[in-house]
Design a protein around this ligand. Sequence first.
Ligand SMILES: [Zn+2]
Ligand SMILES: [Zn+2]
Length: 433
Amino acid sequence: MKSLILNRLADNTSGYHLPQHPVDCPCCGLRQSVPALQPGEEAHCTRCNQHLVRIERNAINGPLAYATGSLMMLVVVALTQYIQIDLAGLHVTLTIPGMMRVLIAQDFGFLAEVMFMLTFGTPVLFTLLCLYVYGGLKAEQALPGMLYATRVMVRLRGWMMVDVFFISTLVAYIKIISYAQVIFGPAFYLTFILAILLIRTAQSVPEHWIYYEIQRLAGRNPTTLVPTAHTISCSSCLYEQPANRKICTVCGSLLYARRPLSLRVSMACLLAAIMLYIPANVLPMMITSNPLGTQANTIFSGIEYMWQSGDKVIAMIIFSASMAIPILKILAMLILIYSAGFRPLLSLPSLTRLYRFTESVGRWSMIDIFVVIILMAAFRTPLAKVAPGAASVYFCLVVLLTMLSALYFDPRLMWDKMRTSSSHPSSPTAGQS
Ligand SMILES: [Zn+2]
Ligand SMILES: [Zn+2]
């Protein structure tokens, strides 16, 4: 048993804590002992530096405050004006629900659903679940379905894209101001605060500790089971469980040592993404029309047009989001899947860094989709009209599929493969970071 890197960030001021207990790192699989943690302290894996758990300084009130703030902001952002566009005497006032209505009216219901889920539905559900779970913890009451609520909350965390939408608005703004006057409404500025609040809320809900607290309310202590050859560390909550169980008794997730069919599902999502990336690049992404004619741009011709017309910054942002990130992400996933299934192509620290990078950047590819949606909502008069092309749907699917591919990939398989393929028994510990 190795002791963990422990960052002491604050003095203990509340009764909440986490006793010392064993965990298997969810990234590299190393079994280790988490020391007793107090509010404001966090633990990382000794081998791959994976973040394991951090108890908020204000363990209960902090997340409750962030989630309440986020929910209030979400309501205000949905109800107030986002931007106003003045073009040749015509005023177009945009709200976020208004943009979704325009999408549905133009028969792009799928994009409307995706935009609704990523910018509103997921954040609302996430904050409500957060309030429910933390409300129960604050009242020291085991509420019905708390484990299920925590599991859903944790899964929703990576699917909130208010920050991506905010950056997309800035990109769209640079494009719009060459044609029209733009006035930002209160919802725009509040979206920035909302994005920060949501990131903070997502950071402040450590599921490993929440499951401990929920079990404690039910009179159980999940940290007592001593790891043996007949126990297994749950991949979701990280607590030790008897290996013969199918479902974890601490968090209710499926119990497995490595995610079943991880590489196959991950590869299937990736192959689908690669196939859809072809129509996403060949078909038009955005169709613009004015009294002088209609122009259909693919992702690449759009970037080329912007570069030539002097919008070099937007050209570079769209190039990074729509071409560089998806291609790099697809290549990275191919390297990761090959390394875990056949032979490690890079050193384990490099593969781990590649995995974390791939997991974190994928969502930013949605910038182009959001920009097209904002432009479409802004320009919908006969004088200037923007419509999404068929490629927008394919591209949206590419982004979602590559995110799923990374989600299903179990990084522990890379460490397992290195251990079995290496003739040097000391190699697994070479990944100190
Ligand atoms: Zn690790
Ligand atoms: Zn569990």
